[in-house]
Design a binder for this molecule. Structure first.
Ligand SMILES: C[S@@+](CC[C@H](N)C(=O)[O-])C[C@H]1O[C@@H](n2cnc3c(N)ncnc32)[C@H](O)[C@@H]1O
Length: 332
């Protein structure tokens, strides 16, 4: 490990569960120094500087002016940042672009861009073990955190997905969007594993379309899916006419695929648990309870599959609720 690398002097808190070191093919990255439990906050950090302007309008001058206002200690941190390694950035704007997170401040719709010295040291993965949730912060208390999505072992690289909704894209689509060749484990698997992975992700996207009536990627109706769905079924999905029982079966099948893909997330689990509480027809509810009592998602799916297409007394209420949420743009 280079002894004099500029990152060696970045201010990693003494009690942090990670260390910075080279990550082959990815510059430097953050690696677990001790076991990190699922749900743990790995790092919470305040931005070094903030720019509140549409991202396309941020100029080199804006970043340079923000830099000049920093305290000497913070200027030094900024200057330690390298272009994916020990080399300096070509411009202040390039340093900002590579080390920025977007977030919102309560009471304002305008996104804010903050430069985070340590959070930006975590590399991307298409099957990440952590996440940086989109945050609405209070003014003056802008802090972003990286949270473990699963248990992380000592020595494992800590990663998150750089773009939201990114996990459900096939590898060639992901690589088109990333501005570097991704060297994560999912992208470095053998050809057969990669094909299976692309298929699983594509199928989950289709299942989510059926369950939500839109594409999780761009939330637009009539968006192009990477495979075709029976037009009647697609229309029923877009009009939110899919019965609750079928929605539930689609969700469980997504869980089986997401688990196999290593993309399971507590938030998704909570959503399925919520849907399981909506059933009103007793005979359906009994099957749902039996399904949810199974250990694995595959077992839950196997039990619930017999519900597919069944009507439920809650169908109309659920459809109305989903339509209201869609109208209010709250997502589903
Ligand atoms: C915000 S920096 C992450 C930290 C960076 N590796 C460093 O040494 O400072 C983002 C850059 O890291 C590299 N990177 C991050 N994730 C990667 C991945 N999965 N595969 C290859 N390069 C990656 C890319 O060069 C990317 O532009």
């Amino acid at each position: 490990m280079p002894l004099n690398h500029p990152y060696k002097k970045l201010p990693v808190p003494g009690d942090a569960p990670f260390e910075l070191k080279p990550s082959p093919g990815k510059g430097w990255g953050a690696f677990a120094k001790r076991r990190i439990s699922k749900g743990a906050t790995i790092l919470a950090e305040k931005p070094l500087l903030i720019i509140q302007k549409p991202v396309q309008e941020i100029t080199d001058h804006d970043v340079a002016m923000a830099f000049l206002q920093l305290a000497p200690r913070d200027k030094e941190k900024f200057l330690r940042l390298g272009d994916n390694g020990p080399g300096p950035f070509e411009s202040c704007l390039a340093a900002m672009a590579q080390n920025t997170f977007e977030f919102l401040i309560r009471g304002s719709n305008l996104p804010v861009y903050g430069l985070f010295v340590l959070l930006s040291r975590f590399n991307h993965s298409c099957a990440p073990n952590s996440k940086v949730p989109l945050l609405v912060t209070e003014r003056g208390q802008e802090t972003l955190a990286i949270i473990a999505k699963k248990d992380i072992s000592v020595g494992e690289e800590i990663t998150f997905s750089y773009l939201p909704g990114f996990e459900l894209k096939a590898q060639h689509e992901r690589h088109r969007l990333l501005q570097f060749t991704c060297k994560c484990d999912a992208c470095h698997a053998g050809i057969e594993q990669k094909q299976a992975s692309d298929l699983r992700r594509t199928l989950v996207r289709g299942l989510q379309y059926l369950s939500r009536g839109n594409d999780p990627d761009d939330q637009a109706q009539d968006s192009t899916l990477p495979f075709s769905i029976d037009p009647e079924l697609k229309k029923a999905a877009e009009e939110l006419r899919i019965p609750l029982s079928s929605r539930f079966v689609y969700d469980l099948l997504s869980m089986v695929l997401l688990e196999e893909e290593g993309l399971m997330d507590d938030l998704i689990v909570k959503k399925v648990q919520t849907v399981s509480d909506w059933f009103e027809t007793e005979s359906n509810d009994m099957i749902v309870k039996l399904a949810m009592a199974q250990t694995t998602w595959r077992e839950k799916f196997n039990v619930a599959a017999r519900l597919y297409g069944r009507e439920d007394a809650a169908d109309d209420d659920v459809a109305n609720e989903l339509r209201t949420m869609r109208d209010l743009n709250l997502g589903q």
